[in-house]
Design a protein around this ligand. Structure first.
Ligand code: JCF
Length: 671
């Protein structure tokens, strides 16, 4: 009896450990969360009834220890090094030249390249596969023993997987970090409770690991990527850095999925520019990339200088945060009348550009951050996103100007400002009578994704409106050459080009036309869905809320925005005037519903097809009267999956939507 329970417990632990591996290391969850929770609960119940059978490596034993007064010191057998930095191509090339000089031979050098996470370096020791110690880097020679906190991080296995190459004792190193999503969620929760928030994910990760009560650490969304194992070439038969990462994965340790093997410093540079592009999309903060000579024998030959290896280097991104002073705070009026508070800054160089404006988003943010004129502030630039004010840096007792109040009238037109309950946004109430909103509407109309009027940029729209040459979008089509020429910095040639571009834009598509109207929350995708659904403008203008909600991607709010828009007389006049001015598009050939074999069916395509491209498959389905959408919902008839399908399959299964393969698709198309 006793053995059967102990067997059952063992089986459950193994099963849970396998699921942890699938989930964290392979990133391929094998079962739904609820199933996993069930397994955990069963194990907990069995262990509660049989406390003598609890072991330290049980998945239930992550949070065990009591709070402590301080962290004991933890000596590192092999020092934890720092990395040298390079900031540009020339410095990186010099790094490689130094390596070749040192090696006294001119060979091609491969590197592993990986993001440099902005977190906290840790060392973990596994003995006989069991996690026995976790330590911070400290000064490189001695860190702090934070084993109990490390144990609470779910993606860190308490026990490694069985593996023929697993050494008796293994020290691995990695970076503990907090995902951007986790950080945002945690801060939002803290804010709600009126608690202190963290400035950035790095501070949040560091603060979380330094909690004296592991129960606090357990509540924080911490994660880890491992990047090395000490003495791995002596302990196993791997000979390269990249292989060692693969081996760590097989041991059950999570390795950054973006890590790559690249040839030479030029390969490093391509990796750098690739990662720079992905940076905003990846769910973790990084402050650069790390390159390491791939060949472990070469690493040993190269050795160290002072406290950094000669065979590795960090290629840092340009600084993304800076301190400056708020000269004043303005409210800018956008296309929809929203008043956005903007901090006008003493110009400062951040991440490669000079920044003199930073958004404060809305009045709630202004109040929360309490930013005032004259304040010293930290500003942040994330990729191509508009710079934002992070927070103020104040000296205690500093004398400051008055706190910012929301304006009562629009700074552009003097009309009343309104705030809709439950919304953070304040708006000018004047609609298109407000010149700022009018300008915004015209800029949107002319933009590349809308009517695509080449050469009609923001500055020119401002000029045209200010000079009262136009006051609404349809006026563009009646502009005269001499009027345009009379504008400042406008030559005859540019004027002709502009007129030609305006003329050319008249021939457009239904979806561009819909999008260009600037209906609130009708973006490119929704405009395209509307154009697919309605055979022509006349039927669109008669649409009601129920009908609109039949369209995928159109919910009650957007449906309401559309009906309110088309109900307003002045919007109808604009639409009529545009058609009158000669704006045209081809109506789609009508598919007679009875003939079309797939009418009424909606498909979602995912993954790579072999015989067709996704676009051509989509075209063919549409020709047969089917709808093709991008997201799976209850209304989806079936998901058609090629190779390497994404999360859409999971969603389909969750909703009970049929999943077809390419063969099924070809059959469908033949019907
Ligand atoms: O992600 C990091 N912050 C990171 C730090 C990655 C690495 O591969 C590192 C590191 C610090 C030292 N490698 C070394 C040797």
């Amino acid at each position: 009896m006793a053995t059967s329970i102990s067997n059952k417990i063992k089986k459950l632990r193994e099963e849970i450990q396998q699921h942890n591996y699938s989930y964290y290391v392979l990133d391929e969850p094998a079962i739904p969360d609820v199933e996993y929770d069930k397994l955990m609960r069963s194990l907990q119940e069995l262990e509660e009834a049989n406390p003598n059978l609890i072991t330290a490596d049980s998945p239930t034993q992550r949070v065990g220890a009591k709070p402590i007064d301080s962290f004991p010191p933890a000596k590192h057998e092999v020092p934890m090094l720092s990395l040298g930095n390079v900031f540009d191509e020339a410095e990186l090339e010099a790094f490689e030249i130094r390596i070749k000089d040192r090696l006294k031979r001119d060979i091609n050098i491969d590197y592993t390249a990986e993001p440099k996470l902005d977190g906290l370096a840790v060392s973990l020791i596994y003995e006989k596969g069991m996690l026995v110690r976790g330590a911070t880097r400290g000064d490189g020679a001695t860190g702090e023993d934070i084993t109990e906190n490390i144990r609470t991080i779910k993606s860190i296995p308490l026990k490694l997987r069985k593996h023929k190459s697993l050494p008796k004792k293994l020290e691995v190193r990695g970076e503990v970090f907090m995902s951007k999503k986790g950080f945002d969620k945690m801060n939002a929760a803290a804010r709600k409770k009126g608690e202190k928030t963290f400035v950035n994910p790095r501070n949040a990760a560091a603060g979380s690991l330094r909690q004296l009560d592991p129960r606090n650490t357990a509540k924080r969304p911490l994660d880890i990527y491992f990047y090395s194992a000490t003495k791995i070439e002596e302990l196993t038969n791997v000979t390269t850095q990249y292989e060692s990462l693969q081996l760590l994965k097989e041991f059950g340790l999570k390795v950054c999925p973006e890590a790559k093997l690249v040839p030479g410093y030029r390969g490093c540079l391509s990796f750098y520019s690739e990662i720079s592009k992905q940076r905003d999309k990846l769910d973790y903060e990084m402050d650069g990339v790390v390159y390491k000579v791939n060949d472990l024998a070469l690493q040993n030959e190269l050795g160290f200088v002072s406290r950094a290896p000669r065979w590795a280097v960090a290629h840092k991104f340009p600084a993304q945060e800076a301190i400056t002073v708020v000269e004043r705070i303005e409210f800018q009026v956008g296309r929809t009348g929203a008043l956005t508070p903007v901090a006008k800054l003493e110009p400062v160089f951040v991440g490669g550009v000079t920044v003199s404006n930073a958004t404060l988003h809305n009045m709630d943010e202004v109040q929360r951050k309490d930013v005032r004129q004259g304040d010293k502030v930290i500003i942040r630039r994330a990729g191509d996103v508009i710079p934002e004010v992070v927070k103020t840096v104040l000296k205690p007792g500093e004398k400051r100007s008055k706190s910012v109040q929301a304006p009562e009238v629009c700074p552009e037109c003097g009309s009343d400002v309104v705030r809709i309950e439950d919304e953070a946004v304040i708006r000018c109430s004047a609609g298109l009578y407000c010149p700022a909103q009018r300008k915004g509407a015209i800029k949107h109309f002319a933009s590349r994704t809308a009517m695509d009027i080449e050469g009609l940029g923001d500055k020119l729209v401002d000029q045209l409106v200010d000079e009262q040459l136009i006051s609404s979008v349809q006026d563009l089509f009646y502009l005269q050459k001499d009027e345009i020429c009379a504008l400042e910095r406008m030559g005859e040639k540019s004027a002709s080009n502009l007129l030609a571009a305006i003329e050319a834009s008249k021939q457009t598509s239904f979806e561009r036309f819909i999008y260009s109207l600037g209906i609130r929350e009708v973006g490119v995708a929704t405009a395209s869905a509307l154009a697919d659904y309605f055979p022509d403008l006349k039927t669109l203008l008669k649409a009601d809320i129920e009908q609109l909600q039949n369209i995928d991607d159109v919910g009650p709010v957007v449906a309401d925005n559309i009906t309110s828009f088309i109900a307003q007389m002045h919007n109808r006049e604009v639409i009529e005037a545009l058609v009158e001015a000669g704006v045209r598009w081809k109506n789609k050939p009508k598919i007679t519903n009875k003939k079309a074999s797939l009418a009424g069916n909606t498909y979602v395509l995912t993954g790579t097809l072999e015989q067709l491209t996704r676009t051509s498959a989509s075209e063919k389905l549409k020709q047969l009267g089917a709808k093709v959408t991008s997201s799976v919902s209850k209304k989806t008839t079936a998901v058609i999956a090629g190779a390497n399908p994404g999360s859409k399959i999971t969603k389909a299964e969750a909703l009970g939507v049929k999943v077809l393969n390419e063969k099924d698709l070809l059959k469908l198309l033949k019907t």
